[in-house]
Design a protein around this ligand. Sequence first.
Ligand code: DAT
Ligand code: MG
Length: 139
Amino acid sequence: MSGNRTFTMIKPDAVEAGNTGNIIQMITDAGFSIKAMKLTNLSKEQAEEFYAVHAERPFYGELVSYMTSGAIVAAILEKDNAVADFRALIGATDPAEAEAGTIRKAYAESKGRNAVHGSDSDENAGIECDFHFEIAELV
Ligand code: DAT
Ligand code: MG
């Protein structure tokens, strides 16, 4: 059975460009409710841990430095089939390949600076929500 929660970050490029409000609007228009949300910064250690699965990839250093370059908005989202539906809403990793109507098509600058994160499985959604929020922060 698929779960009903996913984790997202609005990434530094999108926050810096002033797109936070429009992205949140797209998320709620798509039927997600916001269970927790915060404007914050990732430390180098947090970014390295969050993206540890990519540690051997050539873009890892660039990814960590980008994700620590400015404020992010972290959030827990709820909807039936949350993980798959949110991946569909954000679009392909590379905005050049993202479909019209997706968040990355609208707001991502490039494959590396791609506006939003979305969890890729129910298991990782749980890990990522716990990484950023205490259970007491959920509404
Ligand atoms: P996604 O964020 O769509 O789940 P991913 O998990 O494969 O994509 O990669 C995590 C992030 O790493 C991605 O959002 C942006 C960065 N990234 C991935 N592939 C990249 C590449 N070829 N060059 C630069 N950055 C990349
Ligand atoms: Mg991923």
